[in-house]
Design a protein around this ligand. Structure first.
Ligand code: CA
Length: 234
């Protein structure tokens, strides 16, 4: 890499203790022109996340000194915005939901293809590159979503929103009052090929409702369109 490219390249932090995986992911990401940092445990990873301001973090769930959930929470404690993709060997839905609840934006189940991981990372940066011209504040019921600051304010309470939560609000808002299919949301936001068993969108909707709706059990703004997807009623 030429020195002139430094500062332009996106910086990815990998937190993973398995050297083969780190090597494979690092080689592929560097080949794609990314700058790569790696940490072999949670402590080092949390420190690098704070000191080096990565543009995206790939975080393994199984680390020698901590589990990925705790590391994710620690990182979120000082950075509400950075996209975090969790690597998990578990395919159980409850583990994934837990990962999303502690602030992960996405997950890739091991064994994964490096190509799949890179496609996810590129989808994140494609969407980040399209931020211009977007309204800064989106009003939904009594909530105000600030798409630049990645926050939602309802009454006196302001909470952080993760990268994908903001993207979901933006896309649903662009098409307000119209149903948007799960498949389209998966493809456009996550860059994932549609699959009926993929619950990513639904899991994120649950989290968004909790932050935006007055009563998440009786949503009035983020509506389910049965068998199809979701509709935003601002
Ligand atoms: Ca590991």
């Amino acid at each position: 890499m030429s020195a002139g490219a430094v500062g332009v390249r996106k910086r990815i932090l990998i937190i993973e203790d398995e050297p083969d995986i780190v090597r494979g992911v690092r080689d592929a990401l560097e080949f794609e022109g990314f700058e790569v940092l790696s940490a072999g445990d949670g402590r080092d990873g949390t420190r690098l996340a704070r000191e080096k301001s990565p543009d995206c973090i790939v975080l393994d769930l199984m680390l020698p000194d901590a589990n990925g959930y705790a590391v994710c929470e620690a990182i979120r404690g000082h950075n509400a915005v950075v996209p975090i993709i969790m690597l998990t060997a578990r395919s159980q839905e409850s583990d994934k939901i837990r990962g999303l609840e502690v602030g992960a934006d996405d997950y890739v189940t091991k064994p994964f293809s490096v190509g799949e991981l890179i496609a996810r990372i590129k989808a994140i940066f494609r969407r980040l590159g399209r931020q211009t011209g977007v309204e800064e504040v989106i009003k939904i019921g009594t909530a105000e979503v600030n798409v630049r600051q990645h926050t939602v304010t309802r009454g006196r309470k302001t909470e952080p929103l993760t990268f994908y939560e903001v993207e979901l609000v933006k896309l649903l808002h662009e098409r307000a009052e119209q149903p948007v299919s799960r498949d389209e949301l998966l493809e456009k936001i996550w860059g994932i090929q549609p699959h009926p068993a993929n619950r990513t969108v639904d899991n994120f909707i649950v989290k968004l409702r909790r932050k935006i709706e007055d009563d998440q059990k009786r949503p009035r703004h983020i509506m389910t369109v049965y068998g199809y997807g979701y509709k935003l009623v601002p």
